[in-house]
Write a protein that binds this ligand. Structure first.
Ligand SMILES: [Zn+2]
Length: 124
């Protein structure tokens, strides 16, 4: 889709910007969107909330305008940059979950939940 602009800020840029501020940079990782099973984004968000025991309050991407203030989130499949084998679920806004977004996104580790297929959850 045209008209969507990503700022392409990396974790490195984020760290530079936030140095000295009240944020624990060890707790932040860059993640890449896998664009997997997007039709089940709402169910994955509910699964994430159940696992975390809290409601998602905004897009997990710290570099997103919708961070901490979005009510149309989905549970998106992501992997940590440089680590191919483990998938996670994290709440993202529709912009960050769009097919055009393949940029690294800085996310707090505490906002990553385990990836389990939704059918496993629903069978419980
Ligand atoms: Zn976002």
């Amino acid at each position: 889709m045209k008209g969507i602009v990503f700022r392409k800020k990396s974790l490195e840029a984020y760290i530079k910007e936030h140095q000295g501020k009240d944020i624990n940079l060890d707790e932040i990782v860059n993640v890449i969107n896998i664009h997997h099973e997007k039709e089940n984004g709402t169910r994955y968000l509910r699964q994430w909330e159940a696992y975390k025991g809290r409601k998602a309050t905004g897009c997990s991407n710290l570099d997103c305008d919708n961070h901490q203030k979005c009510d149309s989130l989905v549970g998106a499949h992501v992997k940590i940059e440089g680590k191919e084998n483990t998938w996670y679920i994290t709440p993202l806004c529709h912009k960050c979950n769009s097919d055009d977004n393949n940029d690294p996104m800085p996310v707090r580790k505490e906002d990553l939940g385990p990836y389990m297929e939704v059918k496993e959850i629903e069978a419980e």
